[in-house]
Every structure is written in structure tokens, then in C-alpha cells.
Design a protein around this ligand. Structure first.
Ligand code: SF4
Ligand code: SF4
Ligand code: F3S
Length: 371
């Protein structure tokens, strides 16, 4: 039976069935690592008539971060993101344009001072007074500096906003700068949700955490929500047994590649990238993440890996060394990850563990690009 979900005022929240709605709340709780007892609280918060105002600024970006949110495979997600928040300004999604849109932004900011969430996608150019990204005749640098101090929190969405991303690639002609650096010293909470694009569930879960608990989720040393960025992709990768067994694709399209072997020798950066791609596929579709499709992880969500690799700069990346000898893929005790971590499978694996340990500090800012 189809039951419609209504908000606290009895208005139709969206055209989702109750079952789909509860599935959505359960998925959000699971993404944040919350117990199932949190699901009713999340459902209550999401259907609350009091929707937080969200102002969304776009700077130097490709619109991929917005697109990924809108094109998610969940049938109700786009409806929910538009229903559970009050999206008062977004250059991509605004119905109005020009003076009308700008007037609405100023009105929403004035009415929700200290309470709205500011989302920024794209890097902020600072060279030459910020003239390389103008919105409504103003540098976006100026708009950010005027708007952020009035917000409850700022979410830097995507690797461009979080780290500078593509626009900051060498030689960075526009002085593209991450949002948190622009706001440094202003005591404004900034959440980084990196990725190119980031998984929309990580963004939604952050917003819903704020809605449900009235505060931001726990963040790591780089301002990323711990629930999404506290593990290496390599730890939970479906190709990990092949890594442990020393089975690698050597070339794109070779037998190993077609058999789903580890992509390490094709440049996979899963062993140095903190993200939940290997456990939370895109578009709610199993297998919808780079490594599952045969593409090595590019490290798109890391500060100094993806866009500062030789593809985009003169930086030299040093890969950790894969096992020289095949090792037993089936651990005698504990998980493959434990076996790998403690080097009990032999000196070759131990050497990799040491290499990884010295290269990737867990969310503490020590992730290395080899630059
Ligand atoms: Fe586009 Fe990637 Fe930048 Fe998002 S992070 S705006 S998808 S280039
Ligand atoms: Fe997966 Fe890449 Fe690690 Fe291989 S190196 S197990 S493909 S994350
Ligand atoms: Fe990006 Fe690597 Fe995930 S390329 S989308 S961090 S698998």
C-alpha cells in the first residue's frame, strides 16, 4: 500500500511511499554509522515543518557536484533534497534569474541570519581582486566573505571547494583557493566534503545530521565528516583479495583487468585515499564506483593526490610498493586487512605496510602526494 509522507503541517512532503521514505532514512543512518534506533529521529527531523534555509554559491566549478546530487539513482532523493531544505538560492537551480534571484538571496540571508547553511561548490579565485569569477557584478570572493560570517555553518562541497581542485592545478593562473583558506581565522565552522564529484549521500547525511541533532557531525583534522572519510578505500575494496594474493592487472584490457584483479599497478590510489566509495556506491547502484568499473581510483577526494598528480602538475607521485611475491589471500587468523597491517604474511607485505604507514596519516593531514 502506498502511503504519502507529510510534514508536520500535513502538507505532502513528496510523492514517496512510506517504505521508500524509511529506506532513505535507514540508508542515511547507515551512512553516518548511526544505530537503527536513530532512524525514527531522522524521520522526524526530515518531516519537520521547519526546514533550514540553504544558500548555495557556485564559484570556479564544472557543475558536476550539483549534477551528481540531482542525478542520483534513488527515486526520491531529488525530491527530498528539495523538500527537506529550503533551497533559497542556487545559481544552477534558481527559477528566477538576475536581479530577482540576487534580491531573493539577500532577503533569505537577512531573514535567516545565523541559521542558514551556506553550501559552496567550486574554488575561489583570489588573484587580481577575484575578477576571474564574478556573480551579479561582484567577485565571488567578496560574496563569500560577506555571506559566510552570517551562516550557521559552511559546507565546501567537492574537491574544488575543499582543496582547490582542477582550477588550482599548476600553474593556477587565477589563484584558485579552497573555501576554508579564505575563511581562515574567522571562526566559521567549515565542513569539507571532497570528491570529484563527492557522493551525494555524504552531503545529504551531513545536512540531515545537522537537521536531526542540531550540530555538525564529528570532523577529522581536515574538516571532513569522519563517518565518510575515516577509512582508506583500499581497506574495503572488493579487489583487495587480489592485492593480498599478488594478482594485478598489468595493462588496461589484459586478462587480469578483465578478471577483476587489483588495479594497483595501473596507478590505483586507493591505498592512500580516504573515502567511503568502496562501501557506498554512487547512485544507489551496486558496482557504481570507479574501481568496480575497472578504473583505478584517481584519489579525487585527496588534497594532494588527484589534481596534483603528474596529470595536472609537475609533481612526482611515489606509489607504495605492491607485494613482490604472491601471498596467501586467505588469512589464518583475523581479516586480510589485519594480516596486511601486521605483516604476518611475510616480509614483502610488511614492507608495503611500512610504506603505507609512513605515507598516509589517518585523516591527520599527512596524506602524501609525493610532491
Ligand atoms: Fe566539478 Fe569535480 Fe570541481 Fe565538483 S569537484 S565542481 S565535479 S571539477
Ligand atoms: Fe582496490 Fe586499488 Fe587497493 Fe587494488 S590498490 S585493492 S584496486 S583500492
Ligand atoms: Fe574518487 Fe577514488 Fe572514489 S577516484 S570517486 S576517491 S574511488
Amino acid at each position: 500500500m502506498k502511503a504519502k509522507v507529510v510534514d508536520g503541517n500535513g502538507n505532502l512532503l513528496s510523492s514517496v511511499t512510506r517504505r521508500d521514505f524509511m529506506k532513505f532514512c535507514t540508508a542515511i543512518a547507515a551512512t553516518m554509522g548511526l544505530p537503527m534506533t536513530a532512524v525514527p529521529k531522522i524521520a522526524e527531523a526530515v518531516t519537520s515543518p521547519k526546514r533550514p534555509s540553504v544558500i548555495w554559491l557556485s564559484a570556479q566549478e564544472c557543475t558536476g557536484c550539483v549534477e551528481t546530487l540531482l542525478r542520483t539513482g534513488h527515486p526520491t532523493l531529488d525530491t527530498l533534497i528539495l523538500d527537506l531544505i529550503s533551497l533559497d538560492y542556487s545559481e544552477t537551480l534558481n527559477v528566477g534569474a538576475g536581479h530577482q534571484a540576487e534580491a531573493h538571496r539577500e532577503k533569505a540571508i537577512a531573514e535567516n541570519k545565523g541559521k542558514f547553511i551556506l553550501v559552496v561548490d567550486g574554488a575561489i579565485p583570489v588573484k587580481d581582486g577575484g575578477v576571474y569569477c564574478m556573480v551579479a557584478g561582484k567577485p565571488v570572493l567578496q560574496i563569500l566573505n560577506e555571506t559566510a560570517p552570517l551562516a550557521a555553518a559552511v559546507i565546501a562541497l567537492g574537491s574544488c571547494a575543499a582543496w582547490g581542485g582542477v582550477p588550482s592545478a599548476d600553474p593556477n593562473p587565477t589563484g584558485a583557493t579552497p573555501v576554508h583558506e579564505i575563511l581562515k581565522g574567522k571562526k566559521i565552522p567549515v565542513v569539507n566534503i571532497p570528491g570529484c564529484p563527492p557522493n551525494p549521500y555524504n552531503f545529504l547525511s551531513t545536512v540531515i545530521h545537522y537537521l536531526t541533532f542540531g550540530k555538525l557531525p564529528a570532523l577529522d583534522g581536515k574538516g571532513r565528516p569522519k563517518f565518510a572519510y575515516d577509512r582508506l578505500i583500499h581497506e574495503n575494496c572488493e579487489r583487495r583479495p587480489h592485492f593480498d594474493a599478488g594478482r594485478f592487472a598489468e595493462e588496461f584490457g589484459d586478462t587480469g583487468h578483465r578478471l577483476g584483479y587489483c588495479l594497483y599497478k595501473l596507478g590505483c590510489k586507493g591505498p592512500e585515499t580516504y573515502n567511503n566509495c568502496s562501501t557506498l556506491p554512487f547512485n544507489d547502484t551496486p558496482g557504481c564506483w570507479p574501481v568496480a568499473t575497472g578504473s583505478p581510483c584517481f584519489g579525487c577526494s585527496e588534497e594532494k593526490v588527484g589534481f596534483h598528480s603528474p596529470l595536472f602538475s609537475k609533481a612526482k607521485v611515489i606509489f607504495p610498493t605492491p607485494p613482490a611475491q604472491p601471498v596467501d589471500a586467505v588469512p589464518e587468523k583475523g581479516s586480510g586487512a589485519q594480516k596486511f597491517a601486521y605483516g604476518v604474511a611475510g616480509a614483502a607485505v610488511g614492507a608495503v605496510a611500512v610504506a603505507l604507514a609512513t605515507r598516509g596519516g589517518k585523516g591527520d593531514g599527512s596524506s602524501s602526494s609525493g610532491e
